[in-house]
Write a protein that binds this ligand. Structure first.
Ligand SMILES: Nc1nc2c(c(=O)[nH]1)N[C@H]1C(S)=C(S)[C@@H](COP(=O)(O)O)O[C@H]1N2
Ligand SMILES: [Mo]
Length: 229
């Protein structure tokens, strides 16, 4: 029997740290608001709205332990997140208050730092997708997405947008501009299927990304230190 604790998805390697991470252009960009949530809901909706933390607190709160997989091949195991299910947020707040079009099956999530992600609505309605505001028993800090982030653990980390500022529901993703190069942006990015990127084979993406892990993590860490001094 394989030991489930030893399982790593294809091409992933476990690391002990949980680094602040992303495309280097976001290393020095920080959210302006970390204590209050003002989450805009827009796109093809009847009424654009803004959601605050009080409204999220009305929804069932849950805890989830999950491994986190970055597309660059690092995995950090066993993080404990708390928050609300994206599905509850969608069904109990977005649908009644904003009224998205029936055809709006794509979701663009935007962070306060300008980073963004695009997912299929269907992927975000899965059981294990959270809007998380706590990590390992503490309020989410600046490093990992304050005040609120998406957590979609079955998908590579670039779908789990931090510092959420705006969520748009759209019937097409034709006008979506990814944060990075288009070849890096898989429409679904499921980890188990190694949907790492587009056009380039996984062996090449692994080889391109792996050498970037160390320098990128160091850059993000240094930016956090500089911000405080
Ligand atoms: N707003 C924002 N969200 C983001 C990023 C970012 O730079 N800014 N980086 C993404 C990438 S590539 C990864 S792997 C994860 C990293 O999450 P962490 O910084 O909490 O480890 O956040 C994702 N979400
Ligand atoms: Mo990533």
């Amino acid at each position: 029997m394989p030991n489930p604790d030893a399982y790593l998805p294809p091409g992933q390697r476990e690391i002990d740290a949980f680094p602040r991470f992303g495309l280097t252009q976001f290393a020095t960009r920080f959210p302006a608001q970390i204590d209050t949530l003002r989450l805009q809901i827009g796109g093809e909706v009847r009424t654009p709205i803004e959601i605050g933390m009080n409204q999220l607190r009305q929804l069932p709160q849950l805890e989830l332990i999950a491994d986190f997989h970055c597309v660059t091949t690092w995995t950090h195991k066993g993080l404990q997140w708390s928050g609300v299910r994206f599905r509850d947020f969608y069904q109990q707040l977005v649908v009644p208050l904003a009224g998205p079009a029936d055809t709006a099956v794509f979701v663009i999530l935007r962070g306060q730092d300008g980073a963004r992600g695009c997912s299929a609505l269907e992927d975000l309605l899965a059981d294990d997708v959270l809007l998380a505001d706590r990590l390992n028993g503490q309020a989410l800090g600046v490093a990992h997405g304050a005040p609120l982030r998406l957590l979609a653990p079955a998908h590579y980390g670039y779908k789990s947008v931090k510092h959420l500022a705006r969520i748009e529901f759209l019937s097409s993703r034709a006008n979506y501009r990814p944060s990075g190069f288009r070849f890096m942006d898989h429409p679904r990015a499921r980890v188990a299927l190694e949907e790492r990127g587009r056009w380039l084979p996984n062996w090449l993406l692994r080889r391109l990304y792996r050498p970037l892990i160390g320098p990128t993590a160091a850059r993000f860490e240094q930016a956090l230190v500089d911000r405080k001094t």
